[in-house]
Design a protein around this ligand. Sequence first.
Ligand code: ATP
Length: 492
Amino acid sequence: MTEAGFEPVEVLAALVAAASEAHTRRTWVRRVAEALARTLPLVRLELGERAGDTDEAEVVSSVPNGGAVAVTRRRLHEREIAALRSGRVDESARRGTSVRSLVVVPLGGAGAAMFVALSLGPGARLDPGFAATLGDVLLHLLRGQDVTQRVAELSRRAHVENRELREQARHGERERPLVAQSAAMQEVLRRIDAVAPFDTTVLLAGESGTGKELLAQRLHRLSARGHRPMVAINCGALPANLVESALFGHEAGAFTGATRRHLGVFERADRGTLFLDEVGELPLEVQVKLLRALQSQEFERVGGEERVRVDVRVIAATHRELEPMIAAGTFRRDLFFRLCVFPIRVPPLRERQGELPGLTAALVADIAARLRLPAPAVPPAALVRLARHAWPGNVRELANVLEAAIILGRGQSLALDAALAVDPAPAHAPAPVERLDDAIRRCIIAALRACDGRIYGPGGAAQALGLKPGTLQSKMRKLGIDRESFVPAGEA
Ligand SMILES: Nc1ncnc2c1ncn2[C@@H]1O[C@H](COP(=O)(O)OP(=O)(O)OP(=O)(O)O)[C@@H](O)[C@H]1O
């Protein structure tokens, strides 16, 4: 019996009912706190787990009646350490005073690592015998919660994975052939194949349409995760306020219109691969959250309080150069280093000497099969015509032109002239006008990169640009360019 006159059986029954269906520790603590608060003057409940032999603990705490649930790491009080060492409830301090009392209940015998700390309102006390029974029941419920959590986690993973694999089977019935005949692309394939078996993060950098996504698919397929899903997200395709939810998911009610829980790409790619396309387009505030998720493989859904743990291998891609963005303050340096563990530069089509004939033949066969048309021959004159084109849109542009040429030639011939006549990006289009500040920024960045970030003296960036060092520095300040970004690692 508690001294404040509560019925132990009532307390324990409320506890069992509340805790039995909690799927996570946070929910468990909140429900237990609410159940106890119905029969005890509970001000706060903490569930702590001592970290090894240290005097620190991971603590989940809850203030009942709608208060917040928090997860923190804090130092243990002497009383808590003593209770854990002895395995006995500590409720001696502040007995009979009018201030709050704290009851420490170790979960398990002497040397236990887990404990529950109950802050009770003024004057309230727990009978130590009852508190010990409470500890036994809580330990029992906690073990049950571990099993419930594990089962819920496994069934969630199996469900998500099935869905992703079904989706992939639907979309990827026919795998696109990857042509890599030039020396430059052979080198790319060598790097892809070398890194594939490891969980190392890969950054694919190259102009739009160079085949980064196709290479990511090959990397995933050759990895130990190849039989699991690869989930792709284009970080530039969504408005800033939706990117976070697309990455991490959201809970029902997280914002207007969020009627159901939605899983983000991190969860959908669990135990598979996450392809972050156009990662340079991520808004700064989301970059911080992405960095944290990559570091810990843990995150919270938008509007949720539960930490979700995943196991994903990340491949990122960008058509933008990230280093100048770091210098301009629009891309976080720490995120860059997290992503750029194994960089692979994918060359533009104009640098792939000798690739055009093989690529054209493979694309013509592939596109004709998709259109259910006969594959037309590619005469030498057509190859000469294609070689004259600059292909600013790279392989994607080539594939588009060939698709139009096959359709216009009805599968009988390659109507290249007709297809190229409507090409919206002709080879000799006038260069787009650039803002003066952008041109200056480009020149300064090129000079700093060539001079390893050195401004002064012979061989410094100021001399290379024909400017006084002071003038260069003031321009850099104005444009937000950071010299340090160009200093090789270890020399900064
Ligand atoms: N080496 C290649 N062999 C065959 N097809 C290719 C090759 N590279 C790219 N393609 C084709 O070109 C198109 C564009 O490729 P992909 O989407 O992989 O490029 P990307 O670099 O990811 O483009 P973006 O940066 O715009 O997302 C796709 O249809 C792809 O199948």
